[in-house]
Design a protein around this ligand. Structure first.
Ligand code: FAD
Ligand code: SF4
Length: 511
């Protein structure tokens, strides 16, 4: 076989067949993909996540081969697999006699460090190219906010709308407003039926057996009918079409709703396809905006969705590159507690937590408000160490890659960055969960009670959190109303709430 002068390394989240690398077939180039323990063992990942990544990588390798490209694919159980990047690359270099390695800029800081130093370990020249996926460059957000202390998403989002001309008409926002959140955020009332989550019936049992045989520690389950994820570009595009045709018309209205009757409501479930780059944010935006033009979805729905992709997704990536590596150890409140074991089992009497964790273990998915206002909210109120919270979110979700996971978890959800991305901590008592879901009616706890027996833990923990962190939060203008409400309570009520919280915190495992 002919030897290759250049190795092009494709990472598991770089599965974009339209990348300019693949425009031409070049016999002097070999594309390398590898399933390695260096990546499977960073934290305990959901078994569906490991299987979906490997299945998508394998499908991608087949697409390249079918296009005439040379591919070297190392499976996890290949006896020659050294289970780490540098060892495997060294072997391939000596086998191929390669003189050059090229890679696409990775999205994770750890891999960026590793790959940018490859030439210190390997006898070849090393060159990076852009991954050609995002709508912003790594440093754009830092430029946008230069000299500012707070990085407000809204200002970045509006600049992005203008820069890309998305939902803009004659220099003004389409529909006359930048933000339709006020019309959205409804509770799910059952009036509009929720279409079932689209599933692709992919058989990943062989991969799952291989992962188990290798002894990789994983979490969650993977019954064949519960594995719904797309593993190639065609399936990802089909999921996008399904979303636009069936779910987008209800997306904005119910984007914050939670219900026991559906685990994904009107959410797109496109995050895995996007984060592996099987589809691009631009094509997702184009499809959503087209549905407004066709009249199949209203501006409130489409703007709500565009905000997530053009706003939040690009924004968290910008924060990541502006703040790493320091961001990964921020702990504003000095939280130290261990993550309760029910995060791994769902075995808790709190119905909202049980629902969010159980479905996460079963489908590797929870939607944004479950992540933020149920599991994240509880972790923050209970004073769980952000490292433990991060490791959990990075493991359990199908879409969890560090650049998007950590800013959402440490920043938005745990306020461990002291307010860089969120203007106040996302905490709530049972009131919010009761208003936005049907969870409380199936719960052993009473959402109306604060300090009595069977009082909902979110209530006393909420007030105890505010009381405990007064010094850090009292000057935040957005917290003033909460502190005034606390101070208006009688001293006896305050004491009772704190005593109840102490009792719950003393045995969090029992909740
Ligand atoms: P939809 O609700 O349909 O939204 C459409 C798309 O918008 C998503 O696919 C995603 O690409 C983007 N998006 C929406 N919200 C955000 C956001 N806050 N930040 C960045 N992009 C967003 N998202 C991940 O992709 N990976 C993660 O590891 C991750 N971890 C999170 C951890 C916590 C604690 C929280 C609160 C949120 C996290 N998110 C993460 C953001 C968001 O919850 C998921 O993107 C979303 O739930 C994925 O489901 P979906 O595709 O159905 O999203
Ligand atoms: Fe959750 Fe409290 Fe409602 Fe139970 S009562 S579901 S613990 S918010």
């Amino acid at each position: 076989m002919k030897h290759a002068a250049t190795i092009r390394l494709v990472l598991g989240d770089q599965l974009n067949p339209h990348h300019f690398w693949f425009d031409q077939v070049d016999a002097s180039v070999v594309y390398v993909l590898m399933e390695i323990r260096q990546e499977t063992d960073t934290v305990s990942h959901h078994i569906q996540k490991v299987a979906a990544f490997f299945a998508a990588m394998r499908a991608f390798a087949e697409t390249l081969r079918a296009g005439g490209h040379r591919v070297n694919y190392l499976t996890l159980d290949d006896p020659s697999n050294r289970q780490e990047f540098i060892g495997n690359l060294r072997d391939i270099i000596s086998r191929e006699g390669a003189q050059r390695i090229e890679y696409q800029l990775p999205d994770e800081w750890r891999l960026d460090q590793l790959l940018s130093q490859l030439d210190q370990h390997l006898p070849v020249s090393v060159h990076a190219v852009d991954s050609a996926h995002f709508l912003t460059a790594r440093g754009d957000l830092a430029d946008h906010f230069r000299g500012k202390k707070r990085f407000l998403m809204e200002s970045f989002y509006r600049a992005m709308r203008k820069r890309h001309g998305i939902l803009m008409a004659d220099g003004a926002p389409t529909g006359g407003r930048w933000n339709f959140d006020q019309d959205n955020r409804n509770r799910y009332d059952g009036k509009v039926p929720i279409p079932p989550p689209k599933s692709f019936g992919n058989d990943v049992s062989g991969i799952i057996d291989m992962v188990h045989r290798a002894g990789v520690t994983t979490i969650g389950t993977a019954d064949p009918e519960d594995f719904t994820w797309p593993v190639n570009r065609e399936q990802s595009l089909a999921l996008l079409t399904y979303f636009v045709d069936h779910l987008l018309p209800g997306f904005g209205t119910y984007q914050d709703a939670m219900t026991t009757t559906s685990w994904s409501l009107f959410h797109s479930r496109l995050s895995f396809s996007l984060n592996t780059k099987m589809i691009s944010p631009q094509e997702v935006l184009t499809a959503a905006v087209a549905s407004l033009e066709k009249g199949t979805a209203g501006i409130g729905q489409v703007e709500g969705f565009v905000r997530q992709i053009l706003g939040w997704r690009e924004y968290v990536r910008g924060i990541y590159w502006a703040q790493m590596p320091g961001y990964a150890s921020l702990n504003h409140f000095g939280h130290r507690a261990a993550l309760p074991s029910y995060y791994w089992t769902g075995d808790t009497r709190m119905a909202c937590m049980r629902q969010a964790v159980t479905q996460s273990l079963r489908y590797a998915y929870a939607h944004h408000i479950q992540r933020l206002m149920v599991t994240g909210n509880f972790a923050l109120l209970a004073g769980i160490a952000p490292d433990a919270v991060d490791a959990w979110y990075l493991g359990i979700y199908i879409d969890a890659v560090q650049w998007v996971e950590i800013v959402n978890t440490r920043g938005m959800s745990q306020f461990a960055d002291g307010g860089m991305v969120a203007t106040k901590p996302y905490i709530s008592s049972a009131g919010y969960i009761h208003r936005m879901s049907d969870y409380c009616k199936g719960c052993r706890y009473d959402h109306r009670k604060r300090s009595e027996d069977a009082a909902c833990p979110f209530n006393s923990l909420y007030w105890a959190f505010l009381n405990r962190h007064r010094a850090l939060l009292k000057n935040n203008p957005r917290m003033g109303m909460m502190y005034r409400t606390w101070e208006r309570m009688s001293a006896q009520d305050r004491r009772a709430a704190l005593a109840r919280a102490d009792r719950y915190l003393a045995d969090v495992e029992a909740l």
